[in-house]
Design a protein around this ligand. Structure first.
Ligand code: NAD
Length: 478
């Protein structure tokens, strides 16, 4: 179903994110027939491109990042006709009238801030100052949303001075992932899981976001941020919220976000001995962190594992183990809901321990697997084995859907549709920082130095110990 007519201005339209993610996502939606006739994209950045030169750049990016769709030359050309460009400096007041002249008054008007966070406030102010905001205006803000609670509050206040909360779309692209939305469908669309979804039946939860890549190209930003700010405070926190939240009454933006906020507010402060920080050293997959960032004394973490507790009626006593890191042995994002053992084994001690595990794989191989225990086939007596009830989305949805849509496809279209369900609300972001800040402050106060781990390994050994001490072990990469 096509969305409403729109003008989408991408500040930073020449940058990496715009070229690699946002524009290819828009092109795929265009090819899928989701664009109305009167819709356009306007790139706005500092480079002095003509519209045609910008179109060339976009065409090149689409060929690399949406190769299948770009093979259709007609589609590519028609799309490019809908792309325009205005050279514009966010820090200056010139050229805004040229941008204004390209916008239609009656369309949805979205401004995507795909620039460094230091420009977010300036852009918001200038959009208002140059009278570019209409009632149908939305702004889209990329991560990082602040560096700590104080800066996030300041940024929220600046944006709030010019736009209402209903106009502000804070991106956490994890929420746009097909499997993440499926997590909600599985939880709240089936009778099967929800009655068991609590501390009585769930032993613990594991959330792993492992990356094999390092931080190439983002050294300066990353060395100031680290894994806690770059991944844990936003992406892993959002996943935890979706797993832990109460069923919202409706799949409606504020109903969902109210429930997520309650989860973040129910999080206990994390005990220092429940956190492991790591920093990658040289190893099979490349040079060490300190060489990469050119800072021989850096104590920034590229890995963090921790045990969190959601102190509420549903989850009291059920630990949530979260870990994320760079330069690990493989790229794998998975949530494992580890159910408790059956209370009594009628098959005797030889049958071993068999607990159900619900695995939600975000990448690669999006899908959901439920590990169940059955009888080992054959006449050899009552032996038990675990088998996966496997639902790979690619298989379940048929070959034409092999590639799940990119998160940005869903999110950008939701901006145009005006649906904020999959975007973070200001109070959520602040609550997440309020939980994160004391952890980072604790490291600073103690002069904590992250544990080294080899590039291409499974991470620091202490992360295994974190689990082992509790009589548990990580699933997946280990
Ligand atoms: P980039 O450096 O590749 O691009 C920055 C863009 O901003 C360029 O188009 C540049 O011309 C423009 N720009 C810079 N200063 C400007 C000014 N004064 N006025 C107008 N335009 C200006 O950066 P990026 O990687 O595309 O990242 C953009 C934003 O998205 C950042 O906030 C980043 O943290 C966030 N982000 C990026 C990624 C990614 O994969 N690249 C992922 C998540 C979030």
């Amino acid at each position: 179903i096509p969305v409403d007519p729109f003008d989408l201005v991408i500040f930073g339209g020449t940058g990496d994110l715009a070229q690699r993610k946002i524009l290819p996502a828009l092109f795929r939606r265009f090819c899928a027939g989701q664009w109305p006739d009167d819709a356009q994209i306007i790139g706005a950045a500092r480079a002095e491109y003509t519209p045609d030169a910008f179109r060339e750049v976009v065409a090149e990016s689409l060929r690399s990042h949406a190769p299948a769709q770009s093979r259709n030359a007609d589609a590519l050309n028609t799309f490019l006709q809908r792309v325009d460009y205005v050279p514009l400096d966010a820090l200056s007041d010139t050229a805004w009238d040229r941008l204004a002249a390209k916008l239609a008054d009656d369309r949805v008007r979205a401004f995507y801030f795909s620039v460094g966070p230091q420009l977010f406030g300036q852009l918001a102010e200038r959009i208002k100052h140059h009278d570019l905001a209409t009632p149908k205006t939305r702004i889209v803000v990329e991560k990082p949303f602040g560096h700590d609670l104080e800066s996030a509050r300041a940024l929220n206040a600046t944006l709030a001075a010019h736009f209402s909360e209903g106009q502000i779309y804070r991106i956490d692209h994890y929420l746009g992932k097909e499997t993440v939305q499926n997590l909600m469908a599985v939880r709240f669309g089936n009778m099967l899981f929800e009655p068991l979804w609590n501390s009585q039946y769930v032993d613990h939860i594991q959330i792993t976001v492992a990356e094999s890549v390092g931080i190439d190209g983002r050294e300066e930003y990353y060395d100031r941020a680290g894994a806690m700010r770059d991944m844990m405070q936003n992406h892993l926190m959002q996943l935890l919220c979706l797993i832990a939240m109460e069923p919202p009454a409706k799949f409606d933006p504020d109903a969902v976000r109210d429930e997520k906020l309650k989860v973040i507010r129910a999080l206990d402060p994390v005990e220092p001995h429940h956190i492991v920080r790591g920093q990658f050293d040289a190893g099979p997959s490349g040079a060490g962190y300190r060489d990469t960032v050119g800072n021989p004394r850096s104590t920034t973490e590229s890995y963090v594992a921790l045990r969190a507790h959601v102190s509420n009626w549903r989850w009291a006593g059920t630990p949530f183990y979260l870990r994320t890191g760079k330069r690990l042995i493989e790229r794998s994002s998975v949530i494992n809901v580890m159910f408790k053992d059956a209370p009594h084994s009628i098959f005797g001690a030889d049958a071993g321990r068999h607990a159900n595990v619900l695995s939600i794989r975000l990448q690669p191989n999006e899908g959901i697997t439920l590990k169940v225990t059955i009888k080992e086939p054959g006449p050899g007596g009552m032996r038990l084995v675990d088998v996966p009830l496997d639902m790979s989305f690619a298989e379940a949805l048929g070959s034409e859907n092999q590639d799940p849509p990119d998160a940005y496809e869903r999110l950008v279209m939701d901006v145009i549709r005006g649906n904020q369900t999959l975007f973070m609300r200001g109070d959520e972001v602040e609550a997440a920082w309020a939980w994160t800040d004391p952890i980072i402050a604790g490291w600073q106060a103690r002069g904590d130095v992250p544990k080294p781990y080899d590039s291409g390994s499974t991470g620091p050994g202490d992360a295994e110990l974190l689990m082992k001490r509790d009589g548990r072990r990580w699933q997946g990469i280990n």
